[in-house]
Design a protein around this ligand. Sequence first.
Ligand SMILES: *Cc1c(COP(=O)(O)O)cnc(C)c1O
Length: 311
Amino acid sequence: MQLHIDTPLVESSATACRAGQRVWLKMDALQPSGSFKLRGIGHACATRVAGGARRIVSSSGGNAGLAAAYAGRRLGVPVLVVVPETTSARARELLAREGAEVRVHGLSFQEANAHAQSLLDPSDAFIHPFDDPLLWEGHAGMIDEVAAAGLRPDAVVLAVGGGGLLSGVVAGLRRQGWNDVPVIAVETLGADAYAQSLAAGERIELPGIASIATSLGARMVSAHAFALAADHPITPVVVSDAEAVAACLRFMDDHRIVVEPACGAALALAYEAGSRLGGFDNVLAIVCGGATATVAQLQAWHAQLHKGPGI
Ligand SMILES: *Cc1c(COP(=O)(O)O)cnc(C)c1O
């Protein structure tokens, strides 16, 4: 059972940085749960329920939890989401709206996650937000759709949190035989576990997350995503929170769609003047979306982050 939708592939004249360059937007912000996560999580939930699981459990107060909640409702099984006290009222409301049971436990993701694990019984399916081959298989479908639309990109730009999206996109590229298509992997400063790990030559764990792009806030990327950089051309890029939020606001005006700063990070690269994407003729930007930021929140962040001395 397919729970996600096939999304539009839209050419954007707003983001092309020079004459002759074409930027293509894969609009996964339009998924019913608000982000690309429904592809992989929908696939994982459907597979686990078909295999006999009777309840879905998640410890994500973000888009992974929302995708699990949506998937569970569609599949007709109950969903439990354990979130830390730091989870916004907005996120809790969105989860409740999908009919999930929301339990608040602990001050951090780690505490909520440990509590969720302790509640599992054998008929539960625990859904990890990024480190699961079923997720990557589901995410990979977005590249099949791009190929079916007749586009062969010469670079893909996307955001990286724990690396599930990256793992899925690389799997999709390989499925098409596009092993040489480079991936530009964007994070925000303070959530840049991937860039730091590649620089160090080993997976590092961030002491904490110092970015407003909480959907990129995995303190450590998956071993699979880290290992991929050894046999696929992947370039890590780090942008500031201010750049990510500014990109969200420009994107909202240009395309009339609201996305989180996590997605704005990838868009920031497409909007960059004298862009690092300048050498590519056909750029595919994954508009991963994100449901937890409101327009008012984006504007407040923008005001806060651009309020420097002399400005
Ligand atoms: C989860 C998420 C990401 C990061 O995806 P990973 O698979 O963790 O790398 C990026 N953007 C949004 C909106 C997300 O929800």
